[in-house]
Design a protein around this ligand. Structure first.
Ligand SMILES: C[S@@+](CC[C@H](N)C(=O)[O-])C[C@H]1O[C@@H](n2cnc3c(N)ncnc32)[C@H](O)[C@@H]1O
Length: 250
């Protein structure tokens, strides 16, 4: 997959920490909490991904939390606009507040809503990023990314519980393969099957999709990234659709 745009230098995790501190913490003499320091490494990994998108790109940060990724991207990458989608009112408020402290003049729209809601999404964004979209929210983000025709999707899924539509089937496949009824083993196999299903779903919808670890597992165990680029290659889509049907037992 060929990068579209590369910025000359991306900020280090320490520099991202300074930006997060300025945007979210504000008070002098205070420092980032341990989980915020962890977030700086995750954001650094996501910025490396987002540096692929074109200059002036319209970016969506979905299941955004306080939109650490989207806002830091708006601060340091040459994106053109940012739409944030988040359902929790306190995080929406924190994001709106932080957006006022950006030093770049980038239009930022913070939409309080569910990622499943069509109205929350802009049409045809250049890129959608979703860092640690919980459970089934990752599946909703995939559905919406396909529907709105984004050029890029950078998705790092999080937990893989019962809200994931493929969860029950993944556990059934794991059981059918003879995976011992040991929670850790079944969970790992089911998780891999869930990410396989998501990857095939994106491929069948025309997204060339690569899967890799965007940050070390010591930073977060949820370090998988689905990097999907809309190319609409018909043969690739057909092949993926066949594999997807087999995975679903159709
Ligand atoms: C694990 S947090 C990750 C937040 C942020 N992306 C980050 O990595 O810092 C997941 C966020 O997604 C939000 N969320 C979960 N399901 C959602 C949904 N269906 N629609 C909108 N937001 C959702 C939660 O409120 C939470 O803020």
């Amino acid at each position: 997959m060929v990068p579209e745009t590369r910025t000359a230098t991306l900020p280090s995790a320490a520099e991202i920490g300074e930006i997060l501190h300025r945007l979210f913490i504000v008070r002098a003499g205070t420092t980032l909490r341990k989980e915020d320091v962890q977030k700086t490494h995750e954001v650094a990994g996501m910025l490396r991904e987002l540096s692929r998108v074109r200059r002036d790109a319209a970016l969506v940060d979905a299941a955004a939390g306080k939109a650490s990724v989207g806002l830091v991207a708006a601060e340091v990458l040459p994106i053109g606009s940012l739409v944030v989608i988040e359902r929790a009112p306190d995080r929406v408020a924190a994001c709106r507040d932080a957006a006022t402290r950006l030093s770049r003049a980038v239009p930022v729209e913070v939409r309080q809503g569910d990622v499943a809601d069509h109205l929350a999404w802009p049409d045809r964004p250049d890129a959608v990023v979703a860092l640690h979209a919980c459970g089934g929210a990752s599946d909703r983000v995939i559905d919406q990314a396909v529907r709105v025709g984004t050029r890029w999707l950078f998705l790092s899924p999080c937990c893989h519980g019962a809200s994931v539509p493929f969860h029950a089937r993944a556990l059934a496949i794991a059981g059918g393969l003879g995976c011992p009824d040991v929670a850790t083993l079944r969970w790992r196999l089911a998780t891999a099957l869930i990410e396989t299903e998501r990857t095939l779903r994106l491929e069948a919808a025309g997204f060339e999709t690569e899967v890799h670890e965007f940050v070390g597992a010591t930073v977060t165990p949820h370090n998988l990234l689905l990097r999907a680029r809309r190319t609409m290659q018909e043969k690739r889509m057909r092949d993926a659709a066949e594999k997807l049907a087999r995975l679903h037992g159709r």
